[in-house]
Design a protein around this ligand. Structure first.
Ligand code: 5GP
Length: 189
């Protein structure tokens, strides 16, 4: 998506540890017009796949997942993060290792929000090593719903997540796919 790539080039900031900061337009302050277009693009890519719900993880996935859900006219669910597995009630949970924080956390979705009649599209802001999306895939599997695929704004193609998910047979669409990053330069595919 050229508009997103241009925005990353002009406003993205490179941090040590292969982290791209996009907090001025994507996941802290959000460029509403850009986000609406991102939602429309995700809806276009998954048109005709029968998506009934969009699923993400709080917090940084929520805006993009909501934009996609609004464009597709389906509900958006965000999995909630918990530090421990000590969660009560009828829920689906999975463990996720955080790339940016270097810690493990649990994600949870109330069981009555997803069921076998649903077709789910997983959405997130970034795809790096794929831990976040794999956790959500597990939740979809537990619910018995069908997985349409995943859509991310930015895929760091030099990390293994995208390849691993695709080799599991999961459709993965990224709107901006980064080939390599240094302290000074981002190269897109
Ligand atoms: P993964 O689970 O694929 O390794 O990492 C995805 C999650 O880590 C995303 O939900 C995102 O919040 C965070 N993340 C990974 N890489 C970056 C990055 O370069 N910049 C930012 N801002 N977040 C990232």
């Amino acid at each position: 998506m050229d508009l997103l790539i241009e925005k990353i080039k002009t406003d993205g900031k490179l941090l040590p540890g292969n982290i791209l900061k996009v907090g001025s337009f994507l996941n802290h302050m959000i460029d509403s017009d850009l986000m609406a277009k991102i939602g429309d693009e995700i809806a276009r890519l998954y048109e005709g796949t029968g998506v009934t719900k969009v699923l993400t993880i709080e917090a940084s996935g929520i805006a993009v997942a909501l934009a996609a859900g609004m464009s597709m006219h389906v509900p958006m669910i965000f999995a909630k993060k918990h530090a421990t597995s000590n969660i009560s009630g009828d829920i689906y949970t999975a463990i996720v290792h955080s790339y940016t924080h270097g810690t493990d956390y649990h994600v949870a979705v109330e069981a009555d929000l997803l069921n076998k009649d649903d077709t789910v599209l997983i959405v997130d802001d970034f795809l790096a090593n794929g831990q976040a999306i794999k956790g959500l895939v597990k939740i979809v599997e537990m619910s018995g719903a069908r997985l349409a695929g995943a859509a991310v704004c930015i895929e760091k193609g030099f990390q293994k997540g995208g390849d691993e998910l695709r080799s599991m047979g999961i459709r993965v669409e990224s709107l901006a796919r980064i080939k390599s990053m240094s302290d000074t330069e981002i190269i897109f595919y």
